[in-house]
Design a protein around this ligand. Structure first.
Ligand SMILES: CC(C)(COP(=O)(O)OP(=O)(O)OC[C@H]1O[C@@H](n2cnc3c(N)ncnc32)[C@H](O)[C@@H]1OP(=O)(O)O)[C@@H](O)C(=O)NCCC(=O)NCCS
Length: 155
């Protein structure tokens, strides 16, 4: 059974493993300890809970909550668990959070080369709204971000 729940400090070790194995185009290097204490941030995890009671974190997402909108800071699924709807489940939880606080707009930036993530958001009815020039800057060069957003109907 896949459970979507709030991230706890005890999850951070596994979440960092997902972060380091799943991101191909940029290395976010999130300070999760700090983020879990940020009143404007919310981090959730997808947990695989087996009948034996054993469980493992297989994905996570982080959002920043602003006055009228929600920014998806990160979303990542452990490579072995990709493409079976776990990302979709995390997005659904984000929609629930947005609805519960009355925020209609969800937006994000994604690395211009990250075709799988762009396809993922398009499949989930996000629209491309533009580009941010040289948004990702690291030793391999500067890359643009594609900006995307989704307006929720029933917030
Ligand atoms: C983007 C990501 C979160 C999607 O999670 P997921 O659990 O695999 O997504 P879902 O199973 O809910 O949706 C699958 C859909 O996403 C897209 N997708 C995901 N992986 C893909 C791939 N390797 N190639 C092409 N499309 C892909 C497709 O639209 C796919 O639908 P399809 O299988 O019918 O073609 C995941 O690929 C990931 O963790 N990527 C690495 C981290 C990352 O880049 N995050 C985005 C930062 S903004």
């Amino acid at each position: 059974m896949i459970k979507i729940r709030n991230m706890k400090n005890i999850d951070i070790k596994l979440v960092k493993e997902i972060e380091s194995t799943s991101f191909k185009y940029n290395s976010p290097d999130i300070n999760f300890e700090k983020e879990l204490n940020n009143q404007f941030a919310k981090y959730i995890v997808a947990e695989d809970v087996q009948q034996s009671g054993q469980s493992s974190i297989i994905g996570f997402a982080g959002i920043w909550i602003f006055k009228d909108e929600i920014h998806i800071a990160q979303i990542a699924i452990y490579p072995d668990w990709q493409r079976i709807g776990i990302g979709w489940q995390l997005l659904n939880k984000i929609y629930q959070i947005a609805n519960s606080i009355g925020n209609k707009k969800i937006y994000l930036e994604v690395h211009e080369d990250n075709e799988e993530a762009i396809k993922f958001y398009l499949k989930n009815k996000f629209n491309i709204t533009g580009k941010k020039h040289k948004y990702y800057q690291n030793i391999t060069g500067n890359n643009d971000a594609v900006t995307m957003e989704k307006l929720l109907l029933c917030a």
